[in-house]
Design a protein around this ligand. Structure first.
Ligand SMILES: [Zn+2]
Length: 319
């Protein structure tokens, strides 16, 4: 009997489900709003109902369900399947997510931090395939990270490892909501790109960013498109983002000597705009041997990385 697992990406806004067959294909999907502001029980109901739908589909296809994996933002205790705290999900404090779902389903349940699930997705099924050590960096609203060492997620003593976005890349840089100054996230996230664009628009130079801002059409994609068409100010923003990302990655390479770095998330669409300055910093700063060995790759799975990584927890750990 062929196996499958249900992978879930529980985000602050969207709840996405995928039925993943052991040949790594997502054969069925479901997407709904999380309704996070309605409270924990409503989210749990929506979660249960989505899983139920895919479980029934799997049965009708004659697939054996190996388990359910869920990626959740925030501080997760993966060992006991608890959500300790999730800033994106109001009311989620010490919620025994695994225990709650095991009341409804006869399958093993795996709970993992969403950035870790994303990293595992790219590691098992995407750009990190074949490596044994990898750092995954996601460039979105914030900058997320996941570290895989010798095939396992490195969680750290408090389950909080992998916060690549809050590495200091400039000691005197702008204040970050985390309390630190000059965090990577303040330079290389979509939020940072937007802020740098707004500040560029207030300058005297000629740039397409000014009209984008005036017409309410300023987005990271629009800035990237302007840069690709030769807008110097727009290009400089992405080159800054790449430079600081390179500074952080150089440090990670010297620290971990990992085989690859996978960069995913929405902003990775602007790859050609930031990869040059990123690699220059790595070359200038990191030790030569580990820097040459480290493959820096663009994520392959996009939005599916989280679902695939979560499902992989059941498929790979419960073969
Ligand atoms: Zn920070």
């Amino acid at each position: 009997m062929q196996k499958a697992a249900i992978g879930v990406d529980l985000g602050g806004t969207n709840l996405r489900f995928g039925l993943v067959r052991e040949d790594e294909k997502i054969i069925s999907r479901r997407r709904t709003g999380t309704m996070a502001t309605e409270g924990v029980e409503i989210v749990l109901e929506r979660l249960t109902s989505g899983i139920q739908t895919l479980a029934m589909r799997a049965e009708s296809m004659g697939l054996e369900i190996a388990g359910i994996g869920i990626g959740v933002p925030g501080i997760i205790s993966a060992r006991d399947g608890m959500v300790r705290l999730s800033p994106n999900l109001p009311g989620w404090k010490d919620i025994p997510l695994r225990a709650r779902l095991e009341e409804s389903f006869p399958y093993p349940v795996y709970v993992e931090n969403d950035a870790n699930a994303y990293a595992l997705g790219e590691y098992w099924f995407g750009a990190g395939k074949g490596a044994k050590s990898m750092v995954c960096i996601t460039l979105g609203t914030g900058v997320g990270g996941g570290i895989i060492l010798d095939g396992d997620i490195w969680r750290g003593a408090d389950g909080m490892a992998g916060e690549v976005g809050h590495i200091t890349v400039n000691p005197d840089g702008p204040l970050c909501p985390c309390g630190n100054r000059g965090c990577l996230e303040r330079y290389s996230s979509a939020t940072a790109v937007m802020e740098m664009a707004v500040s560029a628009a207030s300058g005297s130079g000629k740039t397409a960013i000014k009209s984008l801002l005036r017409n309410g059409m300023l987005t990271p994609e629009a800035i990237a498109n302007a840069a690709k068409k030769g807008d110097r100010a727009a290009a400089r923003i992405y080159s800054e983002a790449g430079k600081y990302l390179g500074i952080a990655i150089a440090g990670l390479i010297d620290l971990l000597n990992m085989e690859c770095v996978v960069i995913g998330g929405g902003m990775s669409g602007a790859w050609e705009l930031f990869i040059g300055p990123l690699k220059e910093e790595v070359k200038a700063r990191a030790f030569r041997i580990p820097a040459q060995r480290c493959r820096i790759a663009r994520g392959k799975l996009k939005d599916d990385a989280g679902i695939l990584g979560a499902a992989g927890l059941a498929l790979k750990k419960n073969p």
